[in-house]
Design a protein around this ligand. Structure first.
Ligand SMILES: C[S@@+](CC[C@H](N)C(=O)[O-])C[C@H]1O[C@@H](n2cnc3c(N)ncnc32)[C@H](O)[C@@H]1O
Length: 294
């Protein structure tokens, strides 16, 4: 798959409909706890892949600078409204499969609720590995096909696909669940060492969420998160992986996603690649590396 399809969030009200008004306080708060447990105390440059409207970005405040990256420009505009324009945040519209950064640039990266849109997950993870420096910390969330609900549904004959096999399952177009063992294998093969695994959303059930106060569910979820070290049966899994090997960055920041040249020349409203002549738009504080300007 040379150009895997992108799940478009352009114009989407995802942040409002799914998070702000979608009754997902429990999920949001359990993610905040997991991130606190997995993030290093601080760092220099963080890459947030598929940042959406920047819901999680303030949680990375320990990093000096954060690249807020998403394929959707409208999601980045919402993130800008939330986070503001400052030297701390660099807003980049780009495809995870074609990252516009020089190798080994980042000492931190996160990818939360994004892998589940990846039709070619190993390809996306390879891109992430390439831009991580030695010992860079990568926090990855993935949707788990081996979750208790899927297992029960399979055993009761209500679901055709097996949660026990390693291949991803596409349950809705461009929405995939992954087997934890497959994700571990991909990360390990790419040279990441998995340091910690947390399981989240043990109580993601409408009835429980309706009748039990969110704080209580969050408290018990935070206790159970640690069991991720032994088994993973929840719909959402977080891993902290550290890049082994690699070489320190040779300098530079952006590279042309078309030809790989890192000597991009800054003009007014664009970056120009001397290698292939592509021009990449820079407008209203957003670097756009999705398609070259005409
Ligand atoms: C479910 S949202 C998650 C947003 C955010 N991480 C959060 O948890 O609130 C998925 C995000 O991934 C982005 N995305 C999907 N495919 C992408 C790709 N190939 N490259 C960059 N971003 C992508 C979408 O635009 C969307 O904003």
């Amino acid at each position: 798959m040379t150009h895997p399809p992108v799940c478009s969030y352009e114009g989407s009200d995802y942040q409002t409909s799914f998070w702000d008004q979608g009754g997902r306080q429990y999920e949001d708060r359990t993610e905040a706890i997991a991130l606190k447990r997995l993030l290093p105390a601080g760092g220099k440059l963080m890459l947030e892949l598929g940042a959406g409207a920047g819901r999680n970005t303030p949680r990375y405040a320990g990093y000096e600078r954060i690249v807020v990256l998403d394929y959707s420009r409208t999601q980045l505009e919402q993130a800008q409204q939330r986070l503001g324009l400052s030297d701390k945040y660099i807003y980049v519209a780009a495809d995870v499969y074609r990252l516009p950064f020089v190798d080994s640039l980042f000492d931190g990266a996160t990818m939360i609720r994004v892998l589940h849109h990846m039709a070619d997950a190993p390809k996306a993870l390879t891109q992430v590995r390439n831009v991580m420096g030695p010992n860079g910390v990568f926090i990855l969330e993935f949707a788990n096909k081996l979750n208790l609900k899927a297992i029960l549904r399979y055993w009761l004959g209500r679901q055709k696909w097996s949660p026990f096999t390693l291949e991803p399952v596409e349950f809705v177009e461009l929405n995939f669940d992954f087997h934890p063992k497959a994700v571990r294998q991909w990360l390990t093969e790419l040279g990441f060492r998995i340091e910690r695994t947390l399981t989240l959303s043990h109580f993601r059930m409408g009835l429980l969420k309706r009748f039990i106060p969110t704080g209580i569910l969050v408290f018990f979820d935070s206790l159970f998160q640690w069991t991720g070290a032994w088994w993973q049966w929840t719909p959402s899994v977080f891993v902290r992986a550290v890049r082994q090997g690699g070489t320190a960055s040779a300098g530079g920041f952006f590279k042309c996603p078309q030809c790989g040249s890192s000597a991009l020349e800054e003009g007014s409203g664009s970056l120009t690649c001397p290698g292939c002549g592509s021009r990449w738009e820079v407008r209203d504080g957003i670097y756009d590396f999705r398609e070259p300007m005409k």
